[in-house]
Design a protein around this ligand. Structure first.
Ligand code: FAD
Length: 311
C-alpha cells in the first residue's frame, strides 16, 4: 500500500504529490488523464512567475517534476469507487475502472471539474477560437471587442460585470425569463452602460468564419423567432461540474453542488482523507489556487501520518 495516494493528476494532485514525496512518504498518483484541464488550455497568462505558458507545456513540466520525485504515476487510471478505512489509521481502498484496487493510509482527492457545455453546433469547433469558459483567464483577450456571456446565475452575472470593464460591449443571454443571480449582482449589472440583457433566449448555434467564431444564434422562446448577434467571443457560464460522481455513497461529505467539503486544512469529513482544487468547495477555480490547495493537502496528509498510528 501507499502512504499517500492521490486521485487526480492536475495541478492540485501534482502539487500534493511533490510535497508528500519530498517528505519521504511513498506516494502514488492515479489519474484518468494526466494534466487534467491543462490539456484543454491554450495560453496561460495569470500564473505568477510564468508570464506566458500553454496548458500542455505546463502539464509536461509537471510530469517531468513528478518523474524527478519518487512518485508512482499511474496514468489512464480512472477511480470508480472509494471504500474508506473502517477505523482511523486503517487503509483506504480505491477501486479502478480496470478492476485493480489501490490501498493507502491517506488519500488526497484532486479529481478536478469540467465546464458544463451548451452542446450546440459550433461550440466545440470554435473552442479557444472565441468560445471561452473562464473570464479570469481569457477576458483580456477580448479587450475592446463585443462578447456575450451565456448564463444568468451568479457566475454568469459576475462574468458580465468583470468583462464590461475590459471589453466594448457585453450581451448577457439567459435561458429563463429571469436571472438567478443575487440581487446585489443584478443591481450592479443594471448600472452598467455597456451591457445588454436578453432573457428567455435559447442559444442554438455558435457561428464562425475562417476558423474563428463571429457570432451566435438564439431563439426567442416566447416568439420562436431566431436572432443573430455578432460577437468576437462568448463565455459559457452555465456551471462548473466537479468530478465527484464516483464518490457518491462513499461517506465523503459533498456540497449541494457535488463539491467535496473541506476545511481550511484541506481535510474532508473522514479521517486521513484530504481533497484539493476544483473538485472541492474552495472558492475560485484557478491553477495557482489548485496548486496552493494541493500543497496544503499534502502537508495535512503528512501531519496526519506522523500523528496517527497504523491500525
Ligand atoms: P483538473 O485540472 O481538472 O485535474 C483533475 C485530474 O483528475 C485530471 O488528471 C483528471 O483526469 C483526474 N480525474 C478526474 N476524475 C477522475 C477519476 N474518477 N479517477 C482518476 N482521475 C480522475 N486557470 C488558470 O489559472 N489560468 C488559465 O488561464 C486557465 N485557463 C483555462 C482554460 C480552460 C479551457 C479550462 C478548461 C480551464 C482553465 N483554467 C485556467 C482553470 C484550471 O485549468 C483549473 O482551475 C485547474 O486545472 C484545476 O486543477 P485541478 O488539479 O483541481 O483539476
Amino acid at each position: 500500500p501507499f502512504e499517500v495516494l492521490i486521485v487526480g493528476g492536475g495541478p492540485a494532485g501534482v502539487a500534493a504529490g511533490i510535497y508528500t514525496a519530498r517528505k519521504g512518504f511513498t506516494t502514488g498518483i492515479a489519474a484518468e488523464r494526466f494534466g487534467g484541464q491543462l490539456q484543454d488550455t491554450l495560453g496561460i497568462e495569470n500564473l505568477p512567475g510564468t508570464a506566458y505558458t500553454e496548458g500542455p507545456k505546463l502539464a509536461n513540466e509537471l510530469e517531468k517534476q513528478v518523474g524527478e520525485n519518487a512518485i508512482d504515476l499511474m496514468n489512464l487510471a480512472e477511480a470508480r469507487k472509494l471504500v474508506p478505512a473502517e477505523s482511523k489509521g486503517g487503509l483506504h481502498k480505491v477501486e479502478l475502472a480496470n478492476g485493480a484496487t489501490l490501498k493507502a493510509r491517506s488519500l488526497i482527492l484532486a479529481t478536478g471539474a469540467r465546464w458544463r457545455e451548451l452542446g450546440v453546433p459550433g461550440e466545440a469547433e470554435y473552442r479557444n477560437k472565441g468560445v471561452a469558459y473562464c473570464p479570469h483567464c481569457d477576458g483580456p483577450l477580448f479587450k475592446g471587442k463585443r462578447v456575450a456571456v451565456i448564463g444568468g446565475g451568479n457566475s454568469g452575472v459576475e462574468a458580465a460585470i468583470d468583462l464590461a470593464k475590459i471589453v466594448e460591449h457585453v450581451t448577457l443571454i439567459e435561458f429563463d425569463s429571469k436571472l438567478r443571480a443575487d440581487e446585489v449582482l443584478q443591481a450592479k449589472l443594471a448600472s452598467l452602460g455597456n451591457v445588454e440583457l436578453i432573457k428567455n433566449a435559447k442559444t442554438t448555434e455558435i457561428t464562425g468564419t475562417n476558423g474563428r467564431m463571429n457570432g451566435l444564434v438564439y431563439e426567442d422562446r416566447a416568439s420562436g423567432e431566431s436572432h443573430t448577434v455578432e460577437l468576437a467571443g462568448v463565455f459559457v457560464q452555465i456551471g462548473l461540474v466537479p468530478n465527484t460522481e464516483w464518490l457518491k455513497d462513499s461517506g465523503i461529505a459533498l456540497s449541494e453542488y457535488g463539491e467535496i467539503e473541506i476545511d481550511e486544512e484541506g481535510a474532508t469529513n473522514l479521517p486521513g482523507i484530504f481533497a484539493a482544487g476544483d473538485c472541492t468547495t474552495v472558492p475560485y477555480k484557478q491553477i495557482v489556487v489548485a496548486m496552493g490547495e494541493g500543497s496544503k493537502a499534502g502537508l495535512s496528509a503528512f501531519d496526519y501520518l506522523i500523528r496517527t498510528a497504523p491500525a
